[in-house]
Design a binder for this molecule. Structure first.
Ligand code: SF4
Length: 235
């Protein structure tokens, strides 16, 4: 009869293989993706939902910084107001600017797969960016743009009150953890406390795409997400 330790090893292997399958490494696992499990939190009250809608409407009308001039539309972020888990990236790209939704391009599709591998439904988390309008040619947002825009993100975080924020890439990580020096490889892999929220820095999905054949980076991201799953009681 298999031991409990063997069961745990097998379960860990299965989730890792499932993740690889989910993010496009097709040849290692034939099982279907895991079913999403419901997020058990109290729904946000009507006042909180109304406040979220108000933030969204302000963002849609905002012209506080120069990024307004080049956008098709701003991208406020989307997902559940009552969720333990947020993902924060850098800024909208071309697809997001066109659709008005965060993480819907190729990197977004990969993020959606990562979220599914974590047994969450995309609609059960909240996904946002540091700046809400697309920087020209997808350049890194400038300090003044970040300073103009992040009060919106901070208001969203205050209303959501998540347990964990996964920061995707350098720009998002630097905003929350300006004192933490180093490259992503050395920073990632552990939680940092920020205003009572646990921050987990990891690589941006577009970096995974740029390094498509690099299973080490994918494994690092999956290790980070497993820590998030453990903290949230998903495994
Ligand atoms: S990036 Fe932010 S601050 Fe700048 S115009 Fe868009 S919503 Fe307003």
């Amino acid at each position: 009869m298999p031991s409990r330790k063997a069961d745990r090893v097998l379960a860990g292997l299965e989730t890792h293989l499932r993740f690889l399958k989910e993010i496009g490494v097709e040849d290692v696992f034939k099982a279907p993706p895991p079913p999403a499990r419901p997020v058990r939190t109290k729904p946000a009250g009507p006042e909180t939902e109304a406040a979220m809608t108000a933030v969204r409407e302000e963002i849609l009308a905002c012209r506080k910084c120069g990024l307004a001039a080049g956008r098709t539309q701003s991208v406020p972020g989307e997902g559940r107001t009552s969720t333990p888990l947020m993902f924060v990236g850098e800024g909208p790209g071309r697809d997001e600017d066109q659709q008005g939704r965060p993480f819907v391009g190729r990197a977004g599709q990969l993020l959606t797969k990562i979220i599914a591998a974590m047994t969450f439904d995309r609609g059960d988390v909240f996904i946002a960016n540091i700046v809400k309008c697309r920087p020209p040619d997808n350049r890194v947002p400038q300090r003044a743009e970040v300073e103009s825009c992040t009060p919106y993100l901070l208001r969203q975080i205050a209303l959501i009150n998540p347990r964990v924020i996964v920061t995707l890439g350098k720009t998002a990580t630097e905003f929350f953890l300006p004192e933490v020096a180093g490259n992503m490889t050395s920073i990632r892999g552990r939680f940092y406390e920020w205003n009572g929220v646990q921050i987990m820095p990891t690589f941006h999905p577009s970096y995974l795409i740029r390094n498509e054949g690099d299973k080490v980076i994918r494994k690092m991201v999956w290790d980070d997400m497993q820590k998030v799953m453990s903290l949230l009681g998903r495994k």
